[in-house]
Design a protein around this ligand. Structure first.
Ligand code: OAD
Length: 247
């Protein structure tokens, strides 16, 4: 356990960052859980599950249109900027996995990242294997023909819903095997498999007496807080800009 107010990153370290909705909270985007959260007004099964999509695609599109609108108006905050700066310093020794579907990490300058739960500004077909495509449309009312794919299927948001397999898992596992430092920011630690990444990192033996150092940043302790080497309590936009000492 270190008492330092900073995370020291040495020349041999590989840093794995996992972010959740909390990293975008200071940009004005709602998190999922808790008062005012996205799941407070909606049932997950209605707007974020294959069953909900089958029952009422218009409702699903209204929900993601509202989120597209909010994300278009939002700007990256100092937490996104601090992570982009860290990537700039570490290059290939840095990897970012976000559960967020907004594009604020990219807009702050992050490049080496994957969106494990999909991307808000992409759509795909629910029937054929066409590549996901950029789509910034916002629907107040959807008409069936607007959402028809050439194959006859329906165009849906390219988002991973409950019951579906997260994207990029091969790459994520590869990076989990490489990392010596894990930093988790702004996630409640209840949604799998992301909530287990810290446990997977803790089980990894890095050689000699070294273990992976695991850190959490957020205003509250997440459900898996016990698994971290250290919790830095505070808002991401206030903590991250001063957190890293790259040696
Ligand atoms: P949650 O809404 O579950 O948790 C957000 C976390 O952010 C909470 O622990 C807050 O304490 C923290 N937080 C709030 N403000 C913050 C700030 N300024 N700085 C840092 N942290 C802050 O969101 P996630 O854990 O990201 O999945 O949710 C995980 C997944 O569940 C989402 O990707 C989504 C959802 O259902 C899908 O839609 C598939």
């Amino acid at each position: 356990m270190s008492n330092s107010k900073q995370i020291e990153i040495c020349e041999n370290d590989h840093v794995f960052v996992l972010t959740g909705a909390g990293v975008s909270a200071e940009s004005g985007l709602a998190t999922f859980r808790g008062a005012g959260g996205l799941w407070e007004g909606e049932r997950v099964e209605d707007v974020a599950s294959p069953g909900g999509w089958k029952r009422d695609p218009e409702r699903v599109w209204r929900f993601y249109s509202m989120r597209r609108k909010a994300a278009l108006l939002a700007e990256p905050n100092p937490a996104h900027a601090a992570l982009a700066k860290l990537e700039h310093k570490l290059g290939e020794r840095y990897f970012l996995c976000t559960q967020n579907v907004d594009d604020l990490h990219e807009r702050a300058g992050s490049r080496n990242l994957v969106h494990m739960h999909g991307e808000l500004f992409q759509s795909c077909c629910d029937s054929c294997t066409r590549e996901p495509f950029t789509d910034k449309r916002i629907f107040c009312q959807t008409k069936a023909e607007q959402l028809r794919c050439e194959c006859g299927g329906h165009i849906r948001p390219n988002i991973v819903w409950f019951g579906e397999v997260p994207f990029h898992m091969d790459r994520i596992i590869e990076e989990l095997h490489r990392c010596t430092v894990m930093l988790v920011v702004g996630t409640s630690g209840v949604v799998q498999p992301a909530a287990s990444f810290v446990h997977w990192a803790n089980e990894r033996y890095t050689g000699g007496s070294a273990v992976v150092r695991t850190y959490y940043v957020g205003p509250e302790h997440p459900a898996n807080a016990e698994a971290f080497t250290r919790v830095f309590q505070g808002k991401a936009g206030e903590v991250l800009p001063h957190l890293f000492a790259v040696l």
